[in-house]
Unconditional design. Structure first.
Length: 171
């Protein structure tokens, strides 16, 4: 096992830590604060982290992030202002105002649907799609099996489809 630098640990895990915190807190600034606290703890525990495999490091960082969110007592469900939602990646230099308004509306509807998912489904979706983690890593982080992670992703997609379809009927 080669020693890991804190820079390498940060580079390899910063997105995952942020999205883990964001999936719990649903606030960009709070998630960034938690991520910063996680990496401060990582600095303090670098000797311990250097004895771990990469998957174990990810699991440790994830668990610290989630625990810090819970410890902070910020488990309240809160709405995210539309201005905090990330802009979609677009190659066009100019977008018609109507298209921009539709895009914002669609993002807001998807965000509300994701927020309405049960915690474990929302967390699994965020880790897979937003942090880009594979099923095996998510399973290790959540203390479950790959099959369970796949099932959670499938059920979350089904529920998102239902929620978005209901939203269309209500519009």
């Amino acid at each position: 096992m080669t020693p890991k630098s804190i820079e390498a640990i940060y580079r390899d895990n910063c997105k995952m830590v942020y999205w883990a915190a964001y999936s719990v807190l649903k606030r960009e600034n709070d998630a960034m604060d938690i991520a910063q606290s996680v990496f401060l703890r990582a600095i303090k525990n670098i000797d311990k982290l250097n004895t771990m495999e990469d998957g174990q490091v990810k699991a440790w960082l994830y668990r610290v992030a989630v625990n810090l969110c819970y410890d902070a007592g910020r488990r309240l469900k809160r709405e995210i202002p539309a201005e905090e939602l990330p802009e979609p990646n677009t190659d066009r230099e100019y977008e018609l105002p109507e298209a921009s308004a539709i895009s914002r509306d669609q993002r807001e509807r998807v965000k509300r649907a994701i927020d309405a998912l049960p915690d474990i489904y929302r967390e699994t979706v965020m880790l897979h799609y937003y942090s880009g983690l594979d099923y095996k890593t998510i399973a290790a982080m959540q203390g479950s099996t790959e099959g369970t992670v796949k099932s959670r992703i499938f059920r979350a997609k089904e529920r998102l489809y239902e929620l978005l379809k209901e939203g269309e009927k209500n519009d």
